[in-house]
Design a binder for this molecule. Structure first.
Ligand code: AMP
Ligand code: ZN
Length: 140
């Protein structure tokens, strides 16, 4: 099981070293090698799925079930005040490693990491069209 060309599959299998913090039947979590803050952790399914677009819902649920206790442990261990939990999907969204992973990034006021979405607004009627397109795609 696992893709030998995938670095996160190899970490999950224990073939290459990582600073693991959690191992379950379905999930592994380890420190990000390039942390945005100390304690920046990645949570991954042990099985190879490229992204949220191809993961099995049952596997996703089993892995996501680890998020609350992992988030609490990171906050307790680092003294962070909060976390950003991010799941990048596709290169345009910043995904570099093509094995599904959540980032848990400890945050505190004044940490200067920054975080800003440049929110837009819909033109007249645009949100209706977008909503209809998504509903149609869900029901296709
Ligand atoms: P993303 O841009 O969402 O694909 O994030 C990939 C993350 O994986 C980056 O934050 C990297 O620092 C991290 N990363 C890459 N290789 C390793 C590794 N061998 N061990 C731990 N983290 C890694
Ligand atoms: Zn993989």
């Amino acid at each position: 099981m696992g893709d030998p060309s995938c670095i996160f599959c190899r970490i999950a299998a224990g073939d290459i070293p990582a600073a693991k913090v959690l191992d379950t039947a379905e999930a592994t979590a380890f420190l990000d090698i390039g942390p945005l803050a100390p304690g920046h952790t990645l949570l991954i399914p042990r099985q190879h799925y490229e992204s949220i677009l191809d993961v099995s819902p049952a596997i996703l649920a089993a892995v996501a079930a680890e998020l609350p206790r992992l988030a609490r442990a990171i906050i307790n261990a680092t003294g962070a005040e909060g976390l950003n939990v991010l799941l990048n999907t596709g290169a345009s969204a910043g995904q570099v490693v093509p094995h599904l992973h959540w980032h848990l990034i400890p945050r505190r006021a004044g940490d200067h990491l920054g975080f800003r979405w440049n929110a837009g607004r819909y033109a007249e009627g645009e949100s209706d069209a977008v909503r209809s397109a998504i509903v149609a795609a869900l029901n296709a």
